[in-house]
Design a protein around this ligand. Structure first.
Ligand code: NAD
Length: 439
């Protein structure tokens, strides 16, 4: 019986992989049919996606509740697409003075969007909006860990969007690896830096460009002269929303010892409907393991049966402890003391470049990070006018609003020569004349 089960399982995997390949092939052919080119088609698909989110809000919220979080779209494209997609005339020189010279954003082709589990709708739909707006086909591979959302996305998308152009492939590591063997025109990946390197290596085999939206340890420096009450309130929200499982959550605090000595108060959030849970048992054990050996100044309580960990603050955390080596991605907030602001800057600059940096202080100094918010946390993410993305170990490329459209477009250099040669001969002669004059 067990041999039969094993054979059945193998057959299932083979069938699934072959369906996956067929879906990719169909998306490729649908793109080549040219139907994504007209802006009316793209706008119609974007409206349908927006309608899906409105009409299915209740189902999406239930799936999110079962997984963890909220949904968001990036609908600026609906308003601005005509402007973004228009040719942009550029400067001409004397030799091309009578020609048309412009940059034309063009679809790249087939985009693979691979998502993380912590904001399962945002990290798949936001790039998808940009991919559709830019006229691409896209294969969406949501995370297997946010299973309810992934299955719902797979069920809903074909009901609202073109069935061939935007397939959803579900599954985990092996399904993603299988996809990465195929040739795409762009890979848009959101997830950990470790897997990001594997994705980039796989894409390099086809010379496929990548956008890597990764994570890391985003520091938060609090200066002793800032309004500590406001700083604490804002940091508490940013750190503990979604139970600390946010890529741009402040990962740890850097401050002088006098601030660390302040008293912290914490209510019991276990009963709050707004306080989340850790995604699965593996991550629950991982986060609990990070806390070992510390006596929390706030929180520390946990309940494995619910995968609940209270918002927790840990003092006097040594800079070289395990807690300070890996992204926490959970509701633990370590405080590392520094002697002054310059010491804090040294601390940040000696480590990998983070996705975000938070500074509660009026003085701006030299550091590097994907984004920065001063006197608050995470707010730079909310503006689609700002490019969102990492630098160094926290990623490459950026998106949101027009930045997603640009990221998923090819900026084609176009020169349309005038057929009347007289003018260009005159200007060519002038050009040569001025050239020699200058020599
Ligand atoms: P992950 O890297 O484990 O998984 C992300 C995706 O990659 C999933 O779809 C998964 O199926 C796939 N995957 C996992 N292992 C793979 C492998 N060996 N080969 C091929 N594919 C593989 O990340 P996660 O745990 O889902 O997400 C958490 C991480 O994502 C954190 O580091 C967080 O900071 C980061 N994140 C970043 C952003 C951002 O916008 N920068 C947003 C959300 C999450």
């Amino acid at each position: 019986v067990s041999r039969l089960c094993l054979q059945f399982q193998r057959l299932f995997v083979v069938l699934k992989l072959s369906m996956e390949r067929q879906a990719v092939q169909r998306a490729k052919e649908a793109f080549l049919s040219g139907r994504t080119r007209p802006l009316e088609f793209r706008l119609q698909q974007l409206h349908a996606l927006q309608r899906m989110i409105t009409e299915k809000e209740a189902e999406i919220s239930t799936a999110l509740k079962q997984d963890i979080n909220r949904v968001s779209g990036d609908w600026l494209a609906l308003e601005k697409l005509a402007v973004w997609a228009a040719p942009r005339p550029v400067e001409r020189n004397l030799l091309t003075i009578s020609d048309e010279v412009y940059i034309q954003p063009e679809p790249l082709g087939l985009v693979l969007i691979i998502g993380a589990w912590n904001y399962p709708w945002a990290v798949t739909l936001q790039p998808l909006v940009g991919a559709i707006a830019a006229g691409n086909a896209a294969v969406v591979k949501p995370s297997e860990l946010s299973e309810h959302s992934s299955l719902l996305l797979r069920a809903l998308l074909p009901r609202y969007l073109d069935k061939d152009l935007y397939p959803v492939v579900t599954g985990g590591v092996s399904e993603t690896q299988e996809l990465l063997r195929l040739r795409f025109d762009h890979v848009f990946y959101t997830g950990s830096s470790t897997v990001g390197k594997l994705v980039m290596a796989a894409a390099a085999r086809h010379l496929t460009p990548v956008t890597l939206e990764l994570g890391g340890k985003s520091p938060c420096y609090i200066d002793k002269d800032c309004d500590i009450r406001i700083a604490c309130r804002r940091i508490t929200w940013g750190k503990f929303v979604n139970c600390g499982q946010t890529c741009i959550a402040p990962d740890f605090i850097l401050c002088e010892p006098c601030i660390q000595g302040r008293e912290f108060y914490g209510a019991d959030p276990k009963c709050s409907p707004d306080y989340g849970r850790i995604i699965n048992q593996h991550h629950f054990s991982r986060v609990m393991g990070l806390m070992e050996g510390y006596t929390p100044v706030v929180g520390g309580q946990s309940d494995a049966s619910q995968r609940y960990i209270a918002p927790t603050v840990l003092k006097d955390v040594p800079p070289h402890s395990r807690l300070m080596q890996e992204e926490i991605f959970g509701p633990l907030l370590p405080i590392v003391t520094v002697s002054d602001m310059d010491d804090a800057i040294r601390f940040v600059n000696e480590r990998e470049k983070p996705l975000a940096l938070y500074i509660f202080c009026s003085d701006k100094k030299e550091t590097s990070s994907g984004g920065v918010t001063v006197n608050d946390v995470m707010m730079h993410y909310t503006l689609s006018s700002l490019p969102f993305g990492g630098v160094g170990e926290s990623g490459m490329g950026h998106y949101h609003g027009k930045h997603t459209f640009d990221q998923l477009s090819h900026q084609r250099a176009c020169l349309v020569r005038s057929l009347w040669r007289g003018l260009s001969i005159i200007f060519a002669s002038l050009n040569i004349y001025f050239h020699f004059q200058l020599e």
